[in-house]
Design a protein around this ligand. Structure first.
Ligand SMILES: O=P(O)(O)OC[C@@H](O)[C@@H](O)c1c[nH]c2ccccc12
Length: 290
């Protein structure tokens, strides 16, 4: 495991122990089950969506809070700009997050009918319950950090709480594990997206080429998500052409003084590309072009 993921596993473990000491799992489970349902994750029929991310700090970009006076207004901009979901970092050590940010984001986004996803380095179902109790409708699960039984335990917990999952891979080996885990879940009534994160966790650089190299290895039947380093309209055109259905975008949107406008442009660019591809497929099917 990379240095960053090892450090994040440690931070996650420490927070988990502290939280368990404050509230036993049974009480937390009851609280999570009592929450009103989160808005459902709905992907647009136009073929492209953005999960917009709220992260105040990142190990690669440093401080990202300059244009964000408060979490509520930033995530509201994202919802008004058309994000299908908002990802909220809750990791405090390297990403400037807190569980409280999730609670606040979920409260302001409920009337907009946009779900919030807990973005953290989760290692235990307890933390999925924490997410739901804070109002989240989804969670990130990072394949590289967990063995198969742990991944399954987190997916089972999310499924019981009717939360969607973004299952994140970094490379072909992770995708293979994801495929094996998912193959056993065909009968589950759940919503799972599979993400490919193209950030190199050791160098912290982005390798967009990984998105093209592994585009054909994404498990079938799950919306493929391009994660990290999607910054420009050209990047969006490229990933949609490769078959990605959703982009997870953080840094660029956090740096934007007007995220609503930027999101609108990213979405219309991606949707135009997707529509162009669909039209071409139709013409091929009809035998009009080869
Ligand atoms: O800021 P970017 O390059 O747009 O990337 C967003 C997202 O992919 C990134 O924040 C991320 C993906 N997986 C993670 C896991 C933990 C923390 C952060 C992440």
């Amino acid at each position: 495991m990379s240095g960053l993921l090892a450090q994040m596993t440690q931070s996650s473990q420490t927070r988990l122990e502290q939280a368990r000491a404050r509230e036993p799992e049974k009480a937390l489970w009851a609280r999570a089950c009592d929450m009103p349902p989160a808005p459902p994750l709905r992907l647009s029929p136009e073929g492209f969506d953005v999960i917009a991310e709220c992260k105040l700090h990142s190990p690669s970009a440093g401080d990202l809070s300059a244009n964000t006076s408060d979490v509520e207004s930033r995530v509201t901009e994202y919802a008004c700009g058309g994000a299908c979901a908002v990802s909220v970092l809750t990791e405090p050590v390297r990403f400037g997050g807190q569980l409280e940010h999730l609670t606040r984001a979920a409260q302001v986004l409920a009337p907009h009918n946009v779900p919030v996803m807990r973005k953290d380095f989760l290692i235990d179902p307890y933390q999925v319950m924490e997410g739901r109790a804070a109002g989240a409708g989804g969670v990130l699960v990072i394949v590289r950090m967990l063995d198969k039984s742990r991944i399954t335990a987190l997916l089972d917990c999310a499924c019981m709480l009717k939360m969607f999952v973004l299952l994140e891979a970094f490379d072909a080996a992770d995708l293979e594990i994801a495929r094996e885990v998912l193959a056993l879940r065909r009968s589950h009534d759940e919503k799972i997206l599979v993400g490919l994160n193209c950030r190199d966790l050791d160098k912290l650089t982005v390798e967009l080429s990984r998105l093209s190299e592994l585009a054909h290895s994404m498990p079938q039947g799950f919306a493929p998500v391009a994660e990290s380093g999607v910054n420009t309209l050209d990047d969006v055109t490229k990933i949609v052409s490769l078959g990605y259905r959703v982009a997870l975008i953080g840094t660029t949107l956090m740096k934007a003084p007007q995220p609503r406008e930027l999101l609108g442009k990213l979405l219309s660019t991606g949707r135009q590309t997707a529509m162009g591809m669909a039209t071409r497929r139709l013409r091929i099917a009809k035998g009009e072009v080869s």
